[in-house]
Design a protein. Structure first.
Length: 310
């Protein structure tokens, strides 16, 4: 099999948690980062060259600490091989530190790119396992790799994961409101309590079960109830300026409910096709009252996951 010299990996953004599905559920969105990997000549003086176009280019690291490159070398390390000298071009359309899985796109881009350049020695499941190890939890990396809406459950005795595809009713439209400020995942995790009550655990288990059925059926009453959460959102709301006002505006415009996308600060409303435009406008206007400019858009679900072109 001849060696591939250049590969491009297109990876979707993701929205994780969806209310009660903390750290275990996520959905891929039709918004993408692209990662192009080109082998450099072995004699090249530079072993790594990273260029970036698109959004927030100055915030993307261009040395060997770049997350896509870290994932790239992790896969070669897993194969017990030295990584080849490589030029990486990143086209950024998913904003950093906004709760849309930008780090997951880098991890999946780097792993899939390395696997392709290495001649595809690893299966998709093996790539996924490495991605979960790198990210620390499955909620973003799994849908970024596979597409669609996915629930991940650890199969503890085997040290593996069971991945469940969650059907998404075509009348449910995600509306993302991406503000002009960042919130790091580490900061958003710091505000969470170390322990939870039995009542809160039962509440989330019930609501996650209902959410799976609500997404499949599009049942409006189930969706309104199912998106409630007691594990992370009550603690993180205070980190997001104007949260309650934006939520109320979304509900008044016809959304089923609004949740925090990932660790935030992006907010995600689920609504129906008929109300999507009204929800978009209402969320943007409500945040503007707090001096927050937000890019708000109804967006599709990505069903393809990471795509490779040679």
């Amino acid at each position: 099999m001849p060696e591939t010299s250049t590969v491009t990996v297109t990876v979707p953004a993701t929205t994780a948690n969806l209310g009660p599905g903390f750290d275990c559920i996520g959905a891929a969105l039709s918004l993408y980062n692209r990662f192009q990997f080109s082998r450099l000549e072995p004699s090249a003086t530079e072993k790594l060259k990273i260029t970036v176009t698109g959004k927030e280019t100055t915030k993307v690291k261009t040395d060997d600490s770049n997350l896509a490159y870290q994932a790239f070398i992790k896969l070669y390390g897993y194969l017990n091989q030295s990584p080849p000298p490589v030029a990486i071009h990143i086209d950024m359309q998913v904003s950093l530190a906004r709760g849309l899985g930008s780090s997951a796109t880098a991890i999946i881009g780097g792993l899939v790119g390395a696997n392709e350049l290495a001649g595809k020695p690893l299966s998709q499941v093996e790539v996924m396992q490495l991605a979960i190890e790198l990210e620390g939890h499955p909620d973003n990396v799994v849908p970024a790799l596979l597409g669609g809406c996915r629930l991940a459950a650890s199969n503890t005795p085997r040290g593996s994961w069971e991945i469940c595809d969650i059907p998404w009713h075509p009348n449910i439209v995600p509306v993302v409101a991406i503000p002009d400020f960042e919130l790091s995942t580490a900061e958003a995790r710091k505000v969470l309590p170390a322990d939870y009550s039995k009542a809160d655990a039962i509440f989330n288990a019930a609501h996650l079960g209902l959410l799976v059925r609500a997404l499949e059926t599009g049942n409006e009453n189930w969706l309104r109830c199912a998106l409630q959460d007691k594990i992370h959102q009550p603690y993180r709301q205070s980190l997001i300026k104007g949260y309650e006002a934006v939520q109320q505006a979304a509900l008044n415009a016809g959304a089923y409910e609004m949740v925090i996308s990932g660790a935030g600060p992006t907010l995600l409303a689920l609504t129906d096709v008929a109300n999507a435009v009204a929800v978009e406008k209402a969320m943007a206007a409500a945040w503007m009252e707090f001096g927050v400019k937000a890019e708000v858009r109804a967006i599709g679900l990505d069903t393809q996951g990471a795509q490779v072109s040679l």
